[in-house]
Design a protein around this ligand. Structure first.
Ligand SMILES: NC(=O)c1ccc[n+]([C@@H]2O[C@H](COP(=O)([O-])OP(=O)(O)OC[C@H]3O[C@@H](n4cnc5c(N)ncnc54)[C@H](OP(=O)(O)O)[C@@H]3O)[C@@H](O)[C@H]2O)c1
Length: 269
């Protein structure tokens, strides 16, 4: 408390480098943008090069005055060589990665879990679980060598429930929660903090089929005590907090961000 007159900003990310997968729209874009707004250098990424370029330009335009800066690197996170190239591009440009956000995920199958084609199951697990494990191996050693870092996985409240239609996706999101616990015992002593953020329904393209259907939308709202669905910024603020001084003693956790839904155990009102 002796620091004084000027209040230090607990959420300042100046000097930090963050890589965010799937950051051209939705939750990932909000995370990359808010991190840049808080002074971070960010790597924007997704599978489409032209969109990556456009979002990178947007962030550079909007947040340069705050010290934010962006580069764009297209990558499909389901392919290991592209994951390696993404990390290498960040290291080549800035020589460090302080925060890695494993945000991109897929959900290509709707139906009973026991009927899922093996290929679809393998794709979900390799993109949503294997890929964050690859990234942990690619970024944690340099974080450890530099005194620590921050690894965030965007999971889902689906990882805490059974679901008759998206069981494999939910299984992968539950695995993400266990992944950060495991990373904590493997990397915590190197001051690497691994955490999941688990949102409920957020208004993005990913969940459009759920919130654009008026009946499903209404049904969802009845179970959310705050009486609104999530906005990408509701998740971005948590990621900024985890990466900043404010989040430095949070480790191995899953932070549920759900408008109060789980507190009411899905009770209808
Ligand atoms: N929205 C929700 O209600 C909700 C709730 C709970 C959890 N989540 C989780 O939040 C995360 C982000 O979802 P969102 O709702 O923000 O989705 P979104 O708006 O559809 O955005 C997904 C982003 O990921 C990219 N992407 C998709 N597949 C990719 C791949 N294989 N490799 C690299 N990038 C890829 C997309 O760009 P390209 O298509 O150009 O590659 C896009 O930038 C996911 O992990 C999701 O499971 C979402």
């Amino acid at each position: 408390m002796s620091e004084s007159r000027k209040t230090p900003d607990m959420f300042d990310l100046s000097g930090q480098v963050a890589v965010v997968t799937g950051s051209t729209k939705g939750i990932g874009k909000a995370i990359a943008a808010r991190m840049a707004q808080h002074g971070a250098k960010v790597v924007v990424s997704s599978r489409k090069a032209d969109v990556v370029e456009a979002v990178t330009a947007e962030i550079n335009r909007d947040f340069a005055a705050n010290g934010g800066e962006a580069i764009g690197v297209p990558a499909n996170i389901g392919r290991r060589p592209e994951c390696e190239a993404l990390v290498a591009a960040a290291m080549d440009k800035w020589g460090q990665i302080d925060t890695f956000v494993a945000n991109a995920a897929i959900n290509p199958y709707y139906g009973p879990l026991h009927e899922i084609p093996e290929e679809a199951f393998a794709k979900i697990m390799s993109t949503n679980v294997q890929s964050p494990i690859w990234f942990s191996g690619l970024v944690c050693p340099q974080m450890a060598a530099r005194g620590g870092g921050n690894f965030i996985v965007i999971s889902s409240i689906g990882g805490a429930y059974g679901d008759p239609k998206i069981g494999a996706y939910c299984l992968s999101k539950a695995a993400d929660m266990q992944l950060v616990r495991n990373m904590t015992v493997e990397w915590g002593s190197a001051n690497i903090r691994a955490n999941c953020v688990a949102p409920a329904l957020v208004k993005t393209d990913f969940a459009r089929a759920l919130w654009e259907n008026p009946v499903r939308h209404e049904t969802a709202l009845m179970t959310y005590p705050l009486k609104r669905l999530g906005d990408p910024d509701d998740i971005a603020g948590i990621a900024v907090m985890l990466a900043s001084r404010a989040g430095q003693w949070i480790c191995g956790q899953t932070l549920i961000v759900d408008g109060g839904m789980m507190a009411g155990a899905g009770r209808f009102e």
